[in-house]
Design a protein around this ligand. Structure first.
Ligand code: HSE
Length: 296
């Protein structure tokens, strides 16, 4: 038996929702797991990820321990659309896929809450794994267990990912953040995230223009990304861009536009042409399903 798991990319934080909010988008990594008599074979990924420290394999082992699955060998076949180390949830996709794969061999592939708790423990925060598991735009509270709820987004938006040719590790991107923030900044983020969520539910696009602003992480991370200030400044001036933010830990920058802004991508490419040397511009929709698991 083979277990095939398709996991969407995710864009975390959405500006003020640091480690809390995230959205699943329509780029996918697919992993096929097959138990073998012995050994570990990982195909379809770069050589440096094809060993026992492969994140999908480590997550599969964690999932196997959790569900009491014993196995002596494993083959993993990977097909990746999500770019690595760009702030689009590639690591989360590996963690979620590995856990779902192991759970599936015990018939528990749809135990999403258990998979969420375990995935959050591995990742350290739920903002990427939650939408990868449930789909849509989610907010989560990470306490003894993780509580995740989907936000019913009223209007139809597109997420335009500006993906640079360089990577930025989450570790480095978190290392520049202060341990202590001012009350003003804390209140700033609570108010902006609240307004963002209320605006998404009510279809209040004017509220989005304010709601995406962040005080907790973006001001510290911008200097790690070449062109960040210039690109964010120009996106701010485009009245058809409803919000822009650093996707996850970066370096991808996300611009949010209305679905009926059909020329949005062409316009953004023109407006930013001298800042985007080697950058990819990809228009994404919200994924509403989260991971999908099939048996072959
Ligand atoms: N919330 C996380 C961060 C997402 O911004 O560091 C990346 O793992």
């Amino acid at each position: 038996m083979k277990v095939k798991v398709r996991v969407p990319a995710t864009s975390a934080n959405l500006g003020p929702g640091f480690d809390v909010a995230g959205v699943a988008v329509t780029l996918y990594n697919t992993f096929t797991f097959e138990l073998m008599d012995e050994g570990l074979e990982i195909v379809g990924c770069p050589e440096q990820f094809a060993g026992p420290d492969n994140l999908a394999y480590e997550a599969f082992c964690a999932g196997a321990r959790e569900v009491g699955l014993t196995f002596s060998g494993l083959r993993i076949e990977c097909k990746s659309e999500i770019p690595h180390t760009r702030g689009l949830g590639s690591s989360s996709s590996c963690i979620v896929a590995g856990l779902v794969g192991a759970f599936a061999f015990k018939g528990r592939y749809d135990d999403r809450q258990d998979i969420l708790n375990l995935a959050t423990r591995i990742e350290g925060h739920p903002d990427n794994v939650a939408p990868a598991i449930f789909g849509g735009l989610t907010v989560s509270v990470n306490a003894e267990t993780v509580t995740t709820l989907g936000i019913p987004v009223k209007n139809d938006y597109r997420f335009v990912a500006l993906i640079p040719p360089f990577t930025l590790s989450t570790k480095l991107s978190r290392s520049v953040l202060p341990d202590v923030v001012s009350r003003k900044d804390a209140i700033g983020n609570v108010s902006h995230l609240s307004l963002l969520v209320a605006s998404l539910i009510n279809g209040h696009d004017e509220g989005l223009r304010i709601g995406f602003h962040d005080h907790l992480h973006q001001p510290y991370r911008g200097s790690l990304i070449k062109g960040y200030d210039e690109i964010m400044g120009r996106l701010e001036k485009d009245e058809n861009v409803l919000g822009s933010y650093l996707s996850g830990a970066g370096p991808t920058i996300m611009a949010v536009i209305r679905a009926d802004d059909l020329m949005g991508v062409v316009r953004l490419k023109e407006e930013l042409h001298d800042c985007l040397d080697g950058w990819e511009v990809v228009k994404l929709e919200m994924d509403q399903h989260g991971y999908v698991c099939d048996y072959e």
